[in-house]
Design a protein around this ligand. Sequence first.
Ligand code: AMP
Length: 210
Amino acid sequence: MNIILLGAPGVGKGTQAQLLVERDGFVQLSTGDILRSEVQKGTPLGIKAKFFMDKGELVPDDVILEMVASKIIIGESYLFDGFPRTIPQAEGLDRLLVEKAMRIDRVISLELNNEEIIRRLSARRVAINSGRVYNLIFNPPKVDGKCDITGETLIQRSDDMPEAIQVRLKEYERKTAPLFDYYQSKVGVKVVDALGDIETVYSRIKAALL
Ligand code: AMP
């Protein structure tokens, strides 16, 4: 089964994706995680992407589609997190999946009010190598400032600063929100309330996957 997690930045897609990978055997494909790792390694792709990411803008569709195409392996159960982000990306993914005789089985839209989104993003910390996401308010690491798994130092993403958050929310409304109707007419979209603790939201997602 392949699923897409839709939702604005900060609704908890990455956190829920971690659980779905650990407990349900999905392979997470997070374009944000892949890009951050490229930025950290200083690759040509990373250098190009950083220019957009630091400002909170979307990376161009052709760059994203080429990157995703190189990752998809036939037969895996993918959980797409933060991708697709635009209609051209969704159309590109459709073409890619047809080529590989795969399809999207479920689309989940996590929904949360903007005030809570901003509160969560401001308290978010990430471990670049492990890709794990923490939140100082409701999901802190066991040891202050260190990843539970790798022990690496947690960082605050440059795009989790207030100005970039505003740009990202606008980019979401303008370019990503239209994906709701796109998938509603194709496979249907299950709306999941993302307000609540991590386990509660996870149970709602599981119910939506049945
Ligand atoms: P995320 O970790 O999903 O919040 O992504 C962080 C940043 O990476 C975004 O603000 C964009 O600059 C870039 N990014 C991640 N995924 C995509 C995508 N599918 N399309 C365009 N830009 C993306």
